[in-house]
Design a binder for this molecule. Structure first.
Ligand SMILES: [Zn+2]
Length: 67
């Protein structure tokens, strides 16, 4: 199993391999300890996107754990 990529604690986006800072929220902590991979294609029509306050399509983590 390869190591998990990082996910942003603020917007929950899953970052590309080797990226350890979210481009949308650079001051927010990131964590490789996250669960629930979701692909948001159309945030306006997605209940999960509404719940997580996601405005842009992309790959997101349902839950991000920050130590
Ligand atoms: Zn972010």
């Amino acid at each position: 199993m390869p190591k998990n990529p990082f996910a942003c604690n603020e917007c929950h986006i899953i970052l590309a391999d080797g990226v350890d800072q979210c481009p949308s929220c650079p001051s927010s902590p990131v964590s490789s300890d996250w669960t629930g991979y979701v692909v948001i294609m159309d945030p306006a029509r997605s209940e999960i996107a509404k719940r997580l306050n996601i405005e842009h399509p992309g790959n997101y983590a349902l839950k991000v754990n920050i130590r």
